[in-house]
Design a protein around this ligand. Structure first.
Ligand code: NAD
Length: 404
Protein backbone atom coordinates (compact mmCIF):
# COMPACT_ATOMS: atom_id res chain seq x y z
CA UNK A 1 0.00 0.00 0.00
CA UNK A 2 1.37 3.35 -0.95
CA UNK A 3 -0.24 6.47 0.43
CA UNK A 4 0.92 9.46 2.35
CA UNK A 5 -1.03 10.78 5.26
CA UNK A 6 -0.74 14.54 5.32
CA UNK A 7 -0.72 16.78 8.35
CA UNK A 8 -4.40 17.09 9.15
CA UNK A 9 -4.14 20.14 11.37
CA UNK A 10 -7.08 22.42 10.78
CA UNK A 11 -9.27 19.75 9.23
CA UNK A 12 -11.47 19.66 12.31
CA UNK A 13 -11.43 15.89 12.73
CA UNK A 14 -13.32 14.36 15.60
CA UNK A 15 -11.10 12.61 18.06
CA UNK A 16 -11.11 8.84 17.95
CA UNK A 17 -11.20 6.63 21.01
CA UNK A 18 -8.97 3.74 21.97
CA UNK A 19 -9.52 1.13 24.64
CA UNK A 20 -6.79 0.31 27.18
CA UNK A 21 -5.26 -2.14 24.69
CA UNK A 22 -4.84 0.70 22.24
CA UNK A 23 -7.51 -0.68 19.88
CA UNK A 24 -9.70 1.75 18.01
CA UNK A 25 -13.16 1.70 19.57
CA UNK A 26 -15.48 4.01 17.76
CA UNK A 27 -16.01 7.45 16.46
CA UNK A 28 -15.13 7.69 12.79
CA UNK A 29 -17.66 9.49 10.70
CA UNK A 30 -18.57 8.02 7.31
CA UNK A 31 -20.36 9.24 4.20
CA UNK A 32 -21.74 7.30 1.25
CA UNK A 33 -22.30 8.47 -2.32
CA UNK A 34 -24.57 6.10 -4.25
CA UNK A 35 -25.69 2.82 -2.73
CA UNK A 36 -29.33 3.95 -2.46
CA UNK A 37 -32.58 1.99 -2.36
CA UNK A 38 -32.39 -1.14 -4.50
CA UNK A 39 -28.73 -0.72 -5.39
CA UNK A 40 -26.73 -3.87 -5.62
CA UNK A 41 -23.84 -2.97 -3.36
CA UNK A 42 -25.16 -0.27 -1.00
CA UNK A 43 -26.37 -2.64 1.71
CA UNK A 44 -23.08 -4.54 1.86
CA UNK A 45 -21.18 -1.27 2.34
CA UNK A 46 -23.51 -0.07 5.09
CA UNK A 47 -23.47 -3.42 6.87
CA UNK A 48 -19.70 -3.87 6.48
CA UNK A 49 -18.70 -0.33 7.41
CA UNK A 50 -20.77 -0.20 10.57
CA UNK A 51 -20.21 -3.78 11.72
CA UNK A 52 -17.32 -2.99 14.07
CA UNK A 53 -18.81 0.37 15.12
CA UNK A 54 -15.60 2.02 13.98
CA UNK A 55 -17.47 3.97 11.34
CA UNK A 56 -20.86 5.58 11.82
CA UNK A 57 -22.90 6.57 8.76
CA UNK A 58 -23.35 10.33 9.16
CA UNK A 59 -24.07 11.69 5.69
CA UNK A 60 -24.89 10.66 2.16
CA UNK A 61 -26.05 11.43 -1.34
CA UNK A 62 -27.49 8.03 -2.00
CA UNK A 63 -29.33 8.22 -5.27
CA UNK A 64 -29.16 9.91 -8.65
CA UNK A 65 -32.66 11.23 -7.91
CA UNK A 66 -32.61 13.84 -5.10
CA UNK A 67 -36.01 12.93 -3.68
CA UNK A 68 -35.13 9.26 -3.54
CA UNK A 69 -31.81 10.11 -1.88
CA UNK A 70 -33.55 12.16 0.82
CA UNK A 71 -36.21 9.51 1.42
CA UNK A 72 -33.56 6.82 1.72
CA UNK A 73 -31.48 8.85 4.19
CA UNK A 74 -34.59 9.61 6.24
CA UNK A 75 -35.38 5.90 6.33
CA UNK A 76 -31.93 5.28 7.78
CA UNK A 77 -32.65 7.81 10.52
CA UNK A 78 -29.89 10.21 9.50
CA UNK A 79 -29.83 13.88 10.42
CA UNK A 80 -31.87 15.41 7.54
CA UNK A 81 -29.34 18.23 7.26
CA UNK A 82 -26.73 15.67 6.25
CA UNK A 83 -28.80 13.84 3.67
CA UNK A 84 -28.22 15.40 0.29
CA UNK A 85 -29.91 15.34 -3.08
CA UNK A 86 -26.62 15.59 -4.91
CA UNK A 87 -22.99 14.69 -4.13
CA UNK A 88 -21.79 18.23 -4.97
CA UNK A 89 -24.18 19.62 -2.36
CA UNK A 90 -22.79 17.03 0.07
CA UNK A 91 -19.19 17.96 -0.73
CA UNK A 92 -19.82 21.68 -0.20
CA UNK A 93 -21.73 21.27 3.06
CA UNK A 94 -19.50 18.55 4.55
CA UNK A 95 -16.35 20.51 3.72
CA UNK A 96 -17.63 23.39 5.85
CA UNK A 97 -18.39 21.25 8.92
CA UNK A 98 -16.15 21.07 11.97
CA UNK A 99 -17.14 17.42 12.52
CA UNK A 100 -15.95 16.39 9.12
CA UNK A 101 -16.45 12.99 7.57
CA UNK A 102 -13.43 10.78 8.06
CA UNK A 103 -14.14 8.62 5.03
CA UNK A 104 -16.35 8.88 1.94
CA UNK A 105 -17.29 5.77 -0.04
CA UNK A 106 -18.11 6.18 -3.73
CA UNK A 107 -20.55 3.47 -4.88
CA UNK A 108 -22.03 4.98 -8.02
CA UNK A 109 -21.86 3.73 -11.64
CA UNK A 110 -18.30 3.49 -12.97
CA UNK A 111 -18.06 6.60 -15.16
CA UNK A 112 -18.85 8.89 -12.22
CA UNK A 113 -16.08 7.53 -9.95
CA UNK A 114 -13.34 9.83 -11.19
CA UNK A 115 -15.21 13.10 -10.76
CA UNK A 116 -16.67 12.23 -7.36
CA UNK A 117 -13.56 10.59 -5.86
CA UNK A 118 -11.21 13.33 -7.06
CA UNK A 119 -13.49 16.08 -5.73
CA UNK A 120 -13.59 14.54 -2.23
CA UNK A 121 -9.84 13.85 -2.22
CA UNK A 122 -9.10 17.41 -3.30
CA UNK A 123 -11.24 18.63 -0.40
CA UNK A 124 -9.15 16.55 2.03
CA UNK A 125 -11.40 13.52 2.61
CA UNK A 126 -10.17 9.94 2.67
CA UNK A 127 -11.98 7.94 -0.04
CA UNK A 128 -12.95 4.33 -0.63
CA UNK A 129 -13.90 4.05 -4.29
CA UNK A 130 -15.76 1.15 -5.81
CA UNK A 131 -14.07 -0.76 -8.59
CA UNK A 132 -13.30 -0.14 -11.36
CA UNK A 133 -11.44 2.93 -10.08
CA UNK A 134 -12.23 4.83 -13.28
CA UNK A 135 -13.08 3.94 -16.87
CA UNK A 136 -9.95 5.19 -18.69
CA UNK A 137 -6.21 4.92 -18.19
CA UNK A 138 -5.86 8.69 -18.20
CA UNK A 139 -8.40 9.30 -15.44
CA UNK A 140 -6.92 6.45 -13.37
CA UNK A 141 -3.48 8.06 -13.69
CA UNK A 142 -4.91 11.47 -12.76
CA UNK A 143 -6.76 10.06 -9.76
CA UNK A 144 -3.60 8.40 -8.51
CA UNK A 145 -1.78 11.75 -8.78
CA UNK A 146 -4.63 13.58 -7.06
CA UNK A 147 -4.57 11.04 -4.22
CA UNK A 148 -0.80 11.41 -3.80
CA UNK A 149 -1.02 15.22 -3.80
CA UNK A 150 -3.91 15.20 -1.32
CA UNK A 151 -2.06 13.01 1.18
CA UNK A 152 -5.35 11.19 1.76
CA UNK A 153 -6.08 7.50 1.42
CA UNK A 154 -7.71 6.48 -1.83
CA UNK A 155 -8.62 2.81 -1.42
CA UNK A 156 -10.40 0.67 -4.00
CA UNK A 157 -13.03 -1.84 -3.01
CA UNK A 158 -11.83 -5.15 -4.33
CA UNK A 159 -13.95 -6.52 -1.52
CA UNK A 160 -13.12 -10.21 -1.92
CA UNK A 161 -9.63 -9.48 -0.58
CA UNK A 162 -11.30 -9.12 2.80
CA UNK A 163 -12.08 -12.84 3.01
CA UNK A 164 -9.87 -14.58 5.59
CA UNK A 165 -9.08 -17.47 3.24
CA UNK A 166 -7.98 -15.10 0.48
CA UNK A 167 -5.62 -13.52 2.99
CA UNK A 168 -4.52 -17.04 3.96
CA UNK A 169 -3.61 -17.74 0.31
CA UNK A 170 -1.53 -14.57 0.25
CA UNK A 171 0.13 -15.52 3.53
CA UNK A 172 1.03 -18.97 2.19
CA UNK A 173 2.57 -17.45 -0.94
CA UNK A 174 4.55 -14.93 1.10
CA UNK A 175 5.95 -17.72 3.28
CA UNK A 176 7.05 -19.70 0.21
CA UNK A 177 4.73 -22.63 0.92
CA UNK A 178 3.75 -22.99 -2.73
CA UNK A 179 7.34 -22.83 -4.00
CA UNK A 180 7.77 -21.25 -7.41
CA UNK A 181 4.45 -19.92 -8.63
CA UNK A 182 3.55 -21.39 -12.03
CA UNK A 183 -0.09 -21.05 -12.96
CA UNK A 184 -3.33 -19.28 -12.04
CA UNK A 185 -6.68 -20.50 -13.29
CA UNK A 186 -9.62 -18.31 -12.38
CA UNK A 187 -13.25 -17.93 -13.35
CA UNK A 188 -15.89 -15.34 -12.69
CA UNK A 189 -18.70 -16.82 -14.69
CA UNK A 190 -22.35 -16.37 -13.78
CA UNK A 191 -25.69 -16.68 -15.53
CA UNK A 192 -27.44 -13.43 -14.58
CA UNK A 193 -27.26 -12.05 -18.14
CA UNK A 194 -28.69 -15.16 -19.78
CA UNK A 195 -32.22 -13.76 -19.91
CA UNK A 196 -32.26 -10.67 -22.14
CA UNK A 197 -35.13 -9.20 -20.07
CA UNK A 198 -32.45 -8.20 -17.54
CA UNK A 199 -31.12 -5.60 -19.98
CA UNK A 200 -34.23 -3.48 -19.24
CA UNK A 201 -33.42 -3.41 -15.53
CA UNK A 202 -31.87 0.02 -14.86
CA UNK A 203 -29.48 -1.58 -12.36
CA UNK A 204 -28.02 -3.66 -15.18
CA UNK A 205 -28.73 -1.47 -18.20
CA UNK A 206 -26.02 1.12 -17.42
CA UNK A 207 -23.43 -1.62 -17.42
CA UNK A 208 -23.95 -2.18 -21.16
CA UNK A 209 -23.67 1.56 -21.88
CA UNK A 210 -20.06 2.62 -22.67
CA UNK A 211 -20.87 6.16 -21.51
CA UNK A 212 -21.59 4.88 -17.99
CA UNK A 213 -19.57 1.67 -17.78
CA UNK A 214 -16.48 2.39 -19.91
CA UNK A 215 -14.86 0.03 -22.43
CA UNK A 216 -16.05 -3.20 -20.83
CA UNK A 217 -18.92 -4.79 -18.93
CA UNK A 218 -18.06 -8.22 -17.57
CA UNK A 219 -14.27 -7.84 -17.63
CA UNK A 220 -14.41 -4.53 -15.72
CA UNK A 221 -17.29 -5.54 -13.48
CA UNK A 222 -16.34 -9.13 -12.62
CA UNK A 223 -13.05 -10.02 -14.30
CA UNK A 224 -11.18 -7.18 -12.60
CA UNK A 225 -11.97 -8.81 -9.23
CA UNK A 226 -10.45 -12.10 -10.36
CA UNK A 227 -7.43 -10.44 -11.96
CA UNK A 228 -6.89 -8.27 -8.90
CA UNK A 229 -7.05 -11.39 -6.72
CA UNK A 230 -4.21 -12.86 -8.81
CA UNK A 231 -2.06 -9.79 -8.12
CA UNK A 232 -3.13 -9.56 -4.45
CA UNK A 233 -2.36 -13.18 -3.63
CA UNK A 234 0.94 -13.37 -5.54
CA UNK A 235 2.18 -9.79 -5.01
CA UNK A 236 2.96 -9.62 -8.75
CA UNK A 237 1.47 -7.25 -11.31
CA UNK A 238 0.11 -8.19 -14.72
CA UNK A 239 2.85 -7.87 -17.33
CA UNK A 240 1.02 -9.02 -20.50
CA UNK A 241 -2.57 -9.66 -21.47
CA UNK A 242 -4.51 -11.13 -24.37
CA UNK A 243 -8.31 -11.15 -24.46
CA UNK A 244 -11.28 -12.22 -26.50
CA UNK A 245 -14.41 -10.23 -25.62
CA UNK A 246 -17.59 -11.79 -27.02
CA UNK A 247 -21.35 -11.58 -26.87
CA UNK A 248 -23.42 -14.64 -26.07
CA UNK A 249 -26.42 -12.37 -26.72
CA UNK A 250 -26.04 -10.51 -30.00
CA UNK A 251 -26.58 -6.74 -30.09
CA UNK A 252 -25.37 -5.85 -26.61
CA UNK A 253 -23.06 -2.83 -26.71
CA UNK A 254 -20.43 -4.31 -24.41
CA UNK A 255 -19.23 -7.88 -23.91
CA UNK A 256 -21.17 -10.39 -21.84
CA UNK A 257 -18.38 -13.00 -22.00
CA UNK A 258 -14.59 -12.77 -22.01
CA UNK A 259 -11.69 -15.15 -22.19
CA UNK A 260 -8.44 -13.66 -20.94
CA UNK A 261 -4.90 -15.01 -20.96
CA UNK A 262 -2.29 -13.12 -19.00
CA UNK A 263 1.15 -13.29 -17.50
CA UNK A 264 2.15 -11.92 -14.14
CA UNK A 265 5.61 -10.55 -13.48
CA UNK A 266 8.04 -13.42 -13.22
CA UNK A 267 6.23 -15.31 -15.96
CA UNK A 268 3.36 -16.78 -13.91
CA UNK A 269 0.77 -18.08 -16.40
CA UNK A 270 -2.77 -16.75 -16.02
CA UNK A 271 -6.04 -18.12 -17.47
CA UNK A 272 -9.32 -16.37 -16.78
CA UNK A 273 -12.91 -16.91 -18.00
CA UNK A 274 -15.50 -14.23 -17.25
CA UNK A 275 -19.14 -14.52 -18.23
CA UNK A 276 -22.66 -13.33 -17.56
CA UNK A 277 -24.36 -15.89 -19.81
CA UNK A 278 -23.23 -19.07 -18.07
CA UNK A 279 -26.78 -20.15 -17.24
CA UNK A 280 -26.89 -22.27 -14.10
CA UNK A 281 -23.89 -20.63 -12.53
CA UNK A 282 -24.72 -18.27 -9.67
CA UNK A 283 -21.87 -16.05 -8.45
CA UNK A 284 -19.09 -18.04 -10.05
CA UNK A 285 -15.81 -16.59 -8.73
CA UNK A 286 -13.18 -19.31 -8.41
CA UNK A 287 -9.43 -19.01 -7.96
CA UNK A 288 -6.75 -21.67 -8.30
CA UNK A 289 -3.02 -21.20 -7.89
CA UNK A 290 -0.44 -23.86 -8.67
CA UNK A 291 3.19 -23.75 -7.56
CA UNK A 292 6.12 -26.14 -7.52
CA UNK A 293 5.37 -27.23 -3.94
CA UNK A 294 1.59 -27.28 -3.94
CA UNK A 295 -1.76 -26.08 -5.28
CA UNK A 296 -4.60 -23.99 -3.81
CA UNK A 297 -8.24 -23.80 -4.80
CA UNK A 298 -10.85 -21.34 -3.45
CA UNK A 299 -14.48 -20.58 -4.38
CA UNK A 300 -16.35 -17.44 -3.36
CA UNK A 301 -19.55 -19.44 -2.90
CA UNK A 302 -17.78 -21.56 -0.26
CA UNK A 303 -15.44 -18.92 1.11
CA UNK A 304 -14.78 -20.62 4.43
CA UNK A 305 -12.79 -23.43 2.90
CA UNK A 306 -9.50 -23.48 1.07
CA UNK A 307 -8.33 -26.63 -0.67
CA UNK A 308 -4.60 -27.20 -0.27
CA UNK A 309 -2.61 -29.95 -1.96
CA UNK A 310 1.07 -30.05 -0.95
CA UNK A 311 3.32 -31.83 -3.44
CA UNK A 312 3.20 -35.60 -2.91
CA UNK A 313 0.57 -35.40 -0.19
CA UNK A 314 -3.17 -35.81 0.05
CA UNK A 315 -5.46 -32.82 -0.53
CA UNK A 316 -6.69 -31.20 2.67
CA UNK A 317 -9.30 -28.58 3.52
CA UNK A 318 -8.19 -25.54 5.50
CA UNK A 319 -11.13 -24.12 7.45
CA UNK A 320 -11.67 -20.43 8.16
CA UNK A 321 -11.31 -19.91 11.90
CA UNK A 322 -8.91 -22.81 12.40
CA UNK A 323 -5.98 -22.05 14.74
CA UNK A 324 -3.60 -23.47 12.10
CA UNK A 325 -4.05 -20.54 9.73
CA UNK A 326 -1.57 -17.71 9.28
CA UNK A 327 -1.81 -14.53 11.35
CA UNK A 328 -3.30 -12.43 8.55
CA UNK A 329 -6.14 -14.92 8.12
CA UNK A 330 -6.65 -15.10 11.90
CA UNK A 331 -6.85 -11.32 12.06
CA UNK A 332 -9.59 -11.29 9.42
CA UNK A 333 -11.53 -14.01 11.21
CA UNK A 334 -14.52 -12.96 13.38
CA UNK A 335 -16.69 -15.96 14.21
CA UNK A 336 -15.80 -19.41 15.51
CA UNK A 337 -14.89 -22.04 12.94
CA UNK A 338 -17.90 -23.74 11.38
CA UNK A 339 -20.28 -20.77 11.73
CA UNK A 340 -20.49 -19.18 8.28
CA UNK A 341 -19.26 -15.62 7.86
CA UNK A 342 -19.52 -14.16 4.35
CA UNK A 343 -19.29 -11.15 2.08
CA UNK A 344 -20.44 -8.54 4.63
CA UNK A 345 -17.62 -9.57 6.95
CA UNK A 346 -15.15 -9.49 4.06
CA UNK A 347 -16.16 -5.86 3.43
CA UNK A 348 -15.97 -5.23 7.19
CA UNK A 349 -12.33 -6.33 7.14
CA UNK A 350 -11.56 -3.72 4.49
CA UNK A 351 -13.35 -1.04 6.54
CA UNK A 352 -11.57 -2.11 9.74
CA UNK A 353 -8.19 -1.77 8.05
CA UNK A 354 -9.21 1.65 6.75
CA UNK A 355 -10.37 2.69 10.22
CA UNK A 356 -7.00 1.65 11.64
CA UNK A 357 -5.14 3.63 8.98
CA UNK A 358 -7.27 6.76 9.43
CA UNK A 359 -7.13 6.59 13.23
CA UNK A 360 -3.40 6.08 13.13
CA UNK A 361 -3.15 9.28 11.13
CA UNK A 362 -5.38 11.24 13.49
CA UNK A 363 -3.72 10.02 16.65
CA UNK A 364 -0.25 10.24 15.20
CA UNK A 365 -0.08 6.75 16.61
CA UNK A 366 1.59 4.27 14.37
CA UNK A 367 -0.40 1.04 14.22
CA UNK A 368 1.36 -1.78 12.42
CA UNK A 369 0.55 -0.86 8.85
CA UNK A 370 1.75 -4.30 7.72
CA UNK A 371 -1.63 -5.55 8.96
CA UNK A 372 -3.64 -3.32 6.64
CA UNK A 373 -4.68 -5.09 3.49
CA UNK A 374 -7.09 -2.69 1.77
CA UNK A 375 -6.35 -2.34 -1.95
CA UNK A 376 -5.00 1.10 -2.78
CA UNK A 377 -5.26 3.56 -5.66
CA UNK A 378 -2.24 2.08 -7.47
CA UNK A 379 -3.86 -1.33 -7.46
CA UNK A 380 -7.05 0.26 -8.79
CA UNK A 381 -5.09 2.04 -11.47
CA UNK A 382 -3.29 -1.15 -12.48
CA UNK A 383 -6.62 -2.91 -12.92
CA UNK A 384 -7.97 -0.07 -15.09
CA UNK A 385 -4.83 -0.42 -17.24
CA UNK A 386 -5.40 -4.17 -17.46
CA UNK A 387 -9.10 -3.86 -18.39
CA UNK A 388 -8.33 -1.23 -21.05
CA UNK A 389 -5.52 -3.40 -22.44
CA UNK A 390 -7.84 -6.42 -22.51
CA UNK A 391 -10.45 -4.44 -24.48
CA UNK A 392 -7.80 -3.25 -26.93
CA UNK A 393 -6.34 -6.73 -27.30
CA UNK A 394 -9.77 -8.10 -28.14
CA UNK A 395 -10.43 -5.31 -30.65
CA UNK A 396 -7.08 -6.10 -32.29
CA UNK A 397 -7.87 -9.78 -32.82
CA UNK A 398 -6.60 -11.09 -29.46
CA UNK A 399 -3.15 -9.56 -29.80
CA UNK A 400 -0.89 -9.88 -26.73
CA UNK A 401 -0.31 -6.46 -25.19
CA UNK A 402 2.30 -5.44 -22.66
CA UNK A 403 1.35 -3.45 -19.56
CA UNK A 404 3.73 -0.76 -18.37
P1 NAD B 1 -26.64 0.05 -8.96
O1 NAD B 1 -27.02 0.55 -10.31
O2 NAD B 1 -27.30 -1.14 -8.40
O3 NAD B 1 -26.76 1.24 -7.89
C1 NAD B 1 -26.15 2.49 -8.09
C2 NAD B 1 -26.64 3.44 -7.04
O4 NAD B 1 -25.95 4.69 -7.18
C3 NAD B 1 -28.13 3.77 -7.17
O5 NAD B 1 -28.68 3.92 -5.89
C4 NAD B 1 -28.13 5.08 -7.93
O6 NAD B 1 -29.31 5.86 -7.77
C5 NAD B 1 -26.93 5.76 -7.31
N1 NAD B 1 -26.33 6.81 -8.11
C6 NAD B 1 -26.09 6.81 -9.44
N2 NAD B 1 -25.48 7.96 -9.80
C7 NAD B 1 -25.36 8.71 -8.68
C8 NAD B 1 -24.82 9.99 -8.40
N3 NAD B 1 -24.30 10.74 -9.34
N4 NAD B 1 -24.87 10.43 -7.11
C9 NAD B 1 -25.41 9.69 -6.12
N5 NAD B 1 -25.93 8.46 -6.34
C10 NAD B 1 -25.90 7.98 -7.59
O7 NAD B 1 -25.07 -0.19 -9.04
P2 NAD B 1 -24.21 -1.13 -8.06
O8 NAD B 1 -24.27 -2.53 -8.54
O9 NAD B 1 -24.55 -0.85 -6.65
O10 NAD B 1 -22.75 -0.64 -8.44
C11 NAD B 1 -22.23 0.60 -8.01
C12 NAD B 1 -20.72 0.50 -8.11
O11 NAD B 1 -20.28 -0.54 -7.25
C13 NAD B 1 -20.20 0.15 -9.49
O12 NAD B 1 -19.01 0.86 -9.76
C14 NAD B 1 -19.92 -1.33 -9.42
O13 NAD B 1 -18.86 -1.74 -10.29
C15 NAD B 1 -19.52 -1.49 -7.97
N6 NAD B 1 -19.80 -2.82 -7.42
C16 NAD B 1 -18.83 -3.41 -6.68
C17 NAD B 1 -19.04 -4.66 -6.12
C18 NAD B 1 -17.95 -5.29 -5.28
O14 NAD B 1 -18.03 -6.45 -4.93
N7 NAD B 1 -16.92 -4.55 -4.92
C19 NAD B 1 -20.24 -5.33 -6.32
C20 NAD B 1 -21.24 -4.68 -7.06
C21 NAD B 1 -21.01 -3.42 -7.60
Amino acid sequence: MRFLLADNAGCGYRSVLRNPLGELMTGLSWGLVGGGEGSQIGFTHRAGAELDRKFRLAAGAFDIQPTRSRAFGAGLGLNPKRVYGDWREMLAAETRRQDRLDLVTVATPNASHFEIASAFLNAGFHVLCEKPLTTTRETARQLSEIAAASGRICAVNFGYTGYPMVRQMRGMVQRGELGDLRLIKSEFAAGFLADTEIDKNPRVGWRFDPEKAGVSFVMADMGSHALHMATFVTGRNVSRICADFANGVAGRRLEDDAWVAFRLQGGIIGRLWVSGVALGRTHGLTFQLFGSKGGLSWKQEHPEQLQWTPLGEATRILERGSPHLHAEAQRANRITEGHPEGMVLAFANIYRDLAEAIASDQLEHSTDSANWAFPDVEEGRHMVDAVCAAAESSAEGCRWLRLS
